[in-house]
Design a protein around this ligand. Structure first.
Ligand code: AMP
Length: 116
């Protein structure tokens, strides 16, 4: 289920420290080490799934759970009403650098559209 050479698997297994914001059976959320906004949290499935391309139908509940975890954190952190951005990068053109799927929760400042 986990890959020993994957950075985010090692965070999920507590082998590498992270500032954890939330954890349950399926996901773990931790603060990004290089935040792009006042609030920048990564929500990952505990199961190693490299990119969005690798999700199966059977794993689709994990994506819903990741989004609902972001919603819950946004409410707890009192940014739900002002708003926030959820972002998943996939492969090179998407700007993905860590190949364990993660949902970025970004909040606390104004974002523009379209992104650069
Ligand atoms: P992406 O470019 O979508 O793959 O995002 C990877 C994110 O992981 C970046 O925002 C990095 O700052 C973040 N990151 C890399 N290493 C760590 C780490 N050890 N702890 C927390 N966040 C990390």
């Amino acid at each position: 289920m986990t890959h020993s050479n994957c950075l985010f698997c090692q965070i999920a297994e507590k082998k590498i420290p992270a500032n954890i914001a939330f954890e349950d059976e399926y996901v773990i959320a931790f603060h990004d080490v290089a935040p792009q906004a006042p609030i920048h949290i990564l929500i990952i499935p505990k199961k190693h799934i490299g990119t969005i391309n690798d999700f199966s139908e059977q794993e689709s509940h994990l994506l819903g759970h990741m989004v609902l975890t972001a919603k819950k954190l946004a409410k707890e952190l009192e940014v739900a009403d002002d708003g926030y951005r959820l972002n998943i990068n996939c492969n090179q053109h998407g700007g993905q650098t860590v190949f364990h799927t993660h949902l970025h929760l970004l909040a606390g400042r104004q974002f523009s559209w379209p992104p650069g």
